[in-house]
Design a protein around this ligand. Structure first.
Ligand code: FAD
Length: 293
């Protein structure tokens, strides 16, 4: 298999290359400029320069694809999704969006993605040649061999970017955290966060939360939301406190290495997803844990 990868995100570029290494030779096209990307197994890395307009990036991808690739993998970012739709319509090739896992069965492609608002996982067989993949599809694997490097100017097109204004943020990037202490509605009140902060400090972790905590109650900022409609995280340690473990939450943290759950309901689904589970009231368990640490 020969894959053409596009990503405008450094971490996702590494993850997709890590997955592609299993069964394909591949070229990476990226708007990132970090030369570190030359050490993750690509035959060639094409650094795109110029305005990040989806249709213009799409045209460069199409020219490269026509040189002889079997399929295109694109990171599921705002630009990535636009590029995928553009390339799919221009090349008249099927497009499978939001894939979190895929494999080949002969010439057939088998993909997995969430559906019905994240309630179910769809496993589908198709002839799709273009995929957008979500964060966590793989893990970057360093290679001894340096990729060939090329620089390409994104051609001008009918759309002109007038300004790129960075979004206001608190500068937290939970996707990069190695330890995450995550809280759910079980916290009961915003004041409870003081306790969680103490624990996070002890384990040198970032604080994150479920959707109700971030989106509904605004106890934490939206950039700390873990899940299907939030961030996909894969820390070494994920401590879920007062989180029930609905599929939409699990979708964002299932690739964590070790999961510890604290919940007062022994039937909470989170206990099906953890390595260590503690059935307890968080207001009793967490102070004890802090003391022990
Ligand atoms: C389209 C869509 C997208 C979604 N995206 C996301 C997403 O990205 N992320 C996300 O998290 N959710 C998402 N959801 C919402 C999801 O379905 C759940 O509603 C949500 O994850 C529940 O959050 P929770 O576990 O904090 O709350 P709850 O389900 O209310 O669970 C609270 C838990 O706390 C426990 N508890 C209560 N008090 C205590 C205590 N004192 N000590 C210990 N345990 C206690 C309870 O036993 C319970 O298990 C999405 C839903 C939809 C439809």
């Amino acid at each position: 298999m020969k894959a053409l990868i596009f990503s405008d995100n450094y971490d996702m570029a590494k993850q997709i290359m890590g997955r592609a290494m299993q069964d394909s030779q591949f070229t990476l096209m990226t708007t990132e400029s970090n030369e570190d990307l030359l050490y993750f197994g690509a035959e060639k890395v094409i650094f795109l320069k110029g305005q990040p307009v989806y249709s213009c990036i799409g045209e460069t991808l199409i020219s490269e694809f026509k040189k002889g690739y079997d399929f295109i993998l694109i990171s599921s970012t705002t630009i990535g999704r636009d590029v995928a739709a553009y390339v799919s319509s221009k090349l008249n090739l099927d497009y499978m969006p939001e894939v979190f896992n895929y494999r080949f069965d002969g010439n057939k492609l088998i993909t997995k993605r969430f559906s019905l608002g994240g309630k179910v996982v769809l496993e589908e067989e198709s002839d799709a040649k273009i995929l957008t993949v979500t964060p966590g599809v793989g893990e970057g694997i360093k290679s001894e061999r340096k990729s060939l490097s090329e620089e390409l100017k994104i051609p001008d097109g009918p759309i002109k970017v007038l300004a790129i204004n960075p979004k206001q943020s608190q500068g937290v990037d939970i996707e990069k955290a190695e330890v995450i202490v995550s809280v759910g509605r079980g916290l009961g009140k915003k004041e409870g966060l003081a306790l969680i902060e103490q624990l996070a400090k002890k384990v040198k972790g970032e604080i994150a939360g479920s959707r109700p905590v971030c989106l509904d109650y605004h106890w934490l900022s939206e950039e700390r939301q873990v899940g299907y409609s939030g961030k996909k995280v894969r820390p070494k340690l994920y401590i879920a406190i007062g989180i029930s473990g609905q599929i939409q939450h699990i979708a964002g943290m299932r690739d964590s290495k070790t999961v510890i759950a604290i919940n007062k309901d022994k039937n909470a689904p989170i206990f099906q997803e953890c390595d260590l589970g503690l059935v307890a009231d968080l207001y009793k368990a967490v102070p004890k844990l802090i003391e022990m640490l």
